[in-house]
Design a protein around this ligand. Structure first.
Ligand SMILES: Nc1ncnc2c1ncn2[C@@H]1O[C@H](COP(=O)(O)OP(=O)(O)OP(=O)(O)O)[C@@H](O)[C@H]1O
Ligand SMILES: [Mg+2]
Length: 585
C-alpha cells in the first residue's frame, strides 16, 4: 500500500480531472443498471400489461438514456487516456531527472538495458495502475453496490443467496492472485533481461560480428525469449483456469437464482419482467468479479514495477552538494591530493595514501602502467567520486565543500572514451558552451586541429554523427572532443589519453595549440605514449595506486626507475605496455 501511496504526488495535480473521470464512469455504470431495469419493465409491458402506448414511451426513454450513456462513455474514455498520458509523462520526466543526478558509481554498477527497462516497461505497467485501475474499480464498485442494492430491494431472500456465495469467489481469487503475482514479477524480470541483452548486442555489434558470435548471441537471445515465453505461458495457464472457474461459480449462482425466481413467477409472487431484471442484474455481477481478478493482477504486477522504479528513485547520489557547500569562485588551478585513498570496491584498493600538488598554470603528466589508477585520479579530481580517505582540494578548498555545478563549470575533461551525441558536429562541439557563436566553435576546432577535416566533409559542420559518431575515425572523434573542451574555456583541463588516437604529427600540433591555450591554467595530461609528455613541467609516475617517481623528463631519465624503463621499451619499438611491468627497486 505504501508503494501505491508514493504515486500520489504525481496524481495530485490531476485529482479533480480524475474525479471527473470517476464520476463519468460511475454515471455510465449507473445508467447501465437503469437500462437493465427498464428492460425488465418493458418485458412486463409487452407480455403482461400489453400496453403499446406505455411500451413506446419506455422504449423512447430507453433510447434517451442509451444516448446519454454513450456520450458519458466517450468523454470518460478520452479523459482517462489523456490523464494517464499526462501523469506518466510527469513521472517519467521525474525519473529521468533523478537518474541524471545519480553518481557515476551508480552507472558503473548498472547495466543500461536494465535502467532502460525500468524507465520504459515498468513505467508502462504503472501507467495502467494510475488511471485505468482506479477508474475500472470505480465502475465495478457502482455495478456491485447498485446491483446488489437493487437485488436486495426486489427480493432480499434471493439476494442473500447471492451474497452468501460471494466470499467463495473472493477466496478463489486470492488463491490464484498470489501465484499470479510471483509470475508477473518473473515475467517482468525476463522482459528486462531481454532489453539488456538487445542493448548489449547492438552497442557491441562490431565485436559480435568480428568474433563471429552472432550464433552465440542468437542462442542467448533464444534462451531469454524462451524463459519469457515459459513464464508468460505459466501465467496464461493459471489465468485460463482462473477466469473459467470464476465464471462457472458465477453461472452457478445464476442457476440458483433462476430456479428460485422461476418458482416465484410460477407461483405469481413475482412478475416475469422482475425476474428478467433480476437475472440480468445477477448476470451483470459476473463482470465485477471478472474485473476483480483483472484489477488484482494489475495491482500485483504494478506492485513489482513500483518496487523496481522506486528502488531507482530511492537511490541517492553518492556525490552531491553538502548542505553548507558554497559556490566556487574563479579558480587559479592549484590542486592538492593529500593522503588520498580510494577504492571502487572496498575489497580492491585502487589508490593508496596518495599525495601530490599541482601549482597553478602547471602542465602535469600522469604516466604509469595500465590499471595503475590514472583515470581514477582524473575521476577524483573531477569529483565524479569522493575519496574514501584524505582530501582533494582546488585552490585550498576541499571539493566536498563546494557546489558541484560551479566546480564542473571550471573543469573540462576529455575522457578516454570519446562520446559524441547523435547530432551535428557543430552541436557536438557546442555542447562545451551553450552560448558559443559559430566563430567560437570554428576557433576551437582550429585549435584542436579539427577544422580542416570538418570543412572537407560534404556537410561540413552540419554533418550528422551517429549515436557514437560511427562515421568518423577515432582520431577525428578525439579532435571534436578536444574542440568541445577548448570551447568550454576551463581553468583546469584534464586530458585522459585524449590524443591517443592521433598520429604523432597531429598529436604534436594539438599539444602545441593546447599549450598556448592553457597558458596560465592548469592541465593534467594522462598518456601512455611517453613522447607526448616530454614537455610537461612535471611527470608523476604511478604504479599500483602510488606515485613512485616524480620530476621532469630529463630528471626521470637520469634515474634508473620505472619511467626510464617504460620509455626505453618504447624507444626500442615495444609499442604496447607490458602487462606486468618490471618495477626496478
Ligand atoms: N568503475 C569501476 N569499478 C570498479 N573498479 C574500477 C572501476 N574503474 C576502474 N576500476 C579499477 O581501478 C583500477 C584503476 O583503474 P584506472 O581506470 O584508474 O586505470 P588507468 O591507470 O587509467 O589505466 P589505463 O591506462 O588502462 O587507462 C583498475 O584496477 C580497474 O580495474
Ligand atoms: Mg585510464
Amino acid at each position: 500500500m505504501s508503494q501505491f501511496s508514493r504515486l500520489f504526488p504525481f496524481v495530485r495535480p490531476y485529482l479533480s480531472q480524475m474525479a471527473l473521470a470517476g464520476v463519468l464512469i460511475m454515471g455510465v455504470a449507473a445508467l447501465n443498471l437503469t437500462l437493465l431495469k427498464l428492460g425488465g419493465t418493458l418485458w412486463d409491458l409487452i407480455t403482461v400489461q400489453r400496453n403499446v402506448e406505455r411500451m413506446t414511451q419506455t422504449i423512447l426513454l430507453f433510447l434517451v438514456i442509451a444516448i446519454i450513456q454513450s456520450v458519458l462513455s466517450m468523454g470518460q474514455s478520452y479523459l482517462t487516456t489523456r490523464l494517464s498520458q499526462l501523469i506518466i509523462a510527469d513521472f517519467r520526466t521525474h525519473l529521468f531527472r533523478h537518474l541524471q543526478t545519480l553518481s557515476l558509481s551508480f552507472f558503473a554498477k548498472r547495466r543500461t538495458g536494465e535502467i532502460l527497462s525500468r524507465l520504459m516497461n515498468d513505467v508502462g505497467v504503472i501507467q495502467n495502475l494510475v488511471t485505468e485501475t482506479p477508474i475500472d474499480s470505480a465502475k465495478q464498485l457502482v455495478t456491485v453496490v447498485g446491483g446488489l442494492a437493487f437485488l436486495l430491494y426486489m427480493n432480499w431472500k434471493l439476494c442473500l443467496l447471492i451474497v452468501l456465495l460471494l466470499p467463495l469467489l473472493v477466496l478463489v481469487a486470492r488463491l490464484f492472485g498470489k501465484r499470479l503475482k510471483s509470475l508477473s514479477t518473473q515475467i517482468q524480470d525476463h522482459t528486462a533481461a531481454l532489453s539488456t541483452l538487445i542493448e548489449e548486442v547492438i552497442s557491441g555489434i562490431r565485436v559480435v560480428k568480428s568474433f563471429v558470435r552472432t550464433d552465440r548471441e542468437e542462442g542467448r537471445f533464444g534462451a531469454a525469449v524462451d524463459s519469457l515465453v515459459a513464464g508468460t505461458l505459466r501465467r496464461a495457464k493459471i489465468l485460463s483456469v482462473f477466469i473459467p472457474v470464476i465464471t462457472l461459480l458465477t453461472l452457478m449462482m445464476a442457476g440458483v437464482v433462476l430456479w428460485y425466481g422461476g418458482k416465484q413467477v410460477i407461483d405469481g409472487a413475482m412478475t416475469p419482467g422482475d425476474l428478467l431484471a433480476f437475472v440480468l442484474f445477477a448476470g451483470i455481477l459476473i463482470g465485477p468479479f471478472g474485473a476483480a481478478a483483472r484489477i488484482f493482477s494489475q495491482m500485483k504486477e504494478g506492485q513489482g514495477a513500483l518496487e523496481r522504479v522506486f528502488e531507482l528513485l530511492d537511490t541517492a547520489p553518492e556525490v552531491t552538494d553538502a548542505p553548507q557547500a558554497h559556490a566556487l569562485p574563479d579558480v587559479q588551478g592549484h590542486i592538492t591530493f593529500s593522503h588520498v585513498s580510494f577504492a571502487y570496491d572496498p575489497r580492491h584498493p585502487v589508490l593508496t595514501d596518495l599525495s601530490f600538488e599541482v601549482r597553478p598554470g602547471e602542465l602535469v603528466a600522469l604516466v604509469g602502467p595500465t590499471g595503475s589508477g590514472k583515470s581514477t585520479i582524473a575521476n577524483l579530481l573531477h569529483r565524479f567520486y569522493d575519496p574514501t580517505e584524505g582530501s582533494v582540494t582546488i585552490d585550498h578548498q576541499d571539493l566536498r565543500d563546494v557546489q558541484l555545478a560551479g566546480l564542473y563549470q571550471q573543469l573540462a575533461i576529455v575522457p578516454q572514451e570519446t562520446v559524441l551525441f547523435g547530432d551535428t558536429i557543430l552541436e557536438n562541439i557546442r555542447y562545451g558552451r551553450e552560448d558559443a557563436s559559430e566563430q567560437d566553435i570554428v576557433a576551437a576546432s582550429r585549435a584542436a586541429h579539427a577544422h580542416d577535416f570538418i570543412a572537407s566533409l560534404p556537410d561540413g559542420y552540419a554533418t550528422l554523427v551517429g549515436e557514437k559518431g560511427v562515421n568518423l575515425s577515432g582520431g577525428q572523434r578525439q579532435r571534436i572532443a578536444i574542440a568541445r573542451a577548448i570551447l568550454k574555456n576551463p581553468r583546469l583541463l584534464i586530458l585522459d589519453e585524449a590524443t591517443s588516437a592521433l598520429d604523432s604529427e597531429s598529436e604534436m600540433l594539438v599539444q602545441r595549440a593546447l599549450q598556448r591555450l592553457m597558458a596560465g591554467r592548469t592541465t593534467v595530461v594522462i598518456a601512455h605514449r611517453l613522447t607526448t609528455i616530454q614537455e610537461a613541467d612535471r611527470i608523476f609516475v604511478l604504479n599500483k595506486g602510488r606515485i613512485i617517481e616524480e620530476g621532469t623528463h630529463t630528471a626521470l631519465m637520469q634515474r634508473d626507475g620505472l619511467y626510464r624503463h617504460l620509455y626505453t621499451l618504447r624507444m626500442v619499438g615495444w609499442e604496447t605496455d607490458p602487462l606486468t611491468p618490471h618495477v626496478p627497486q
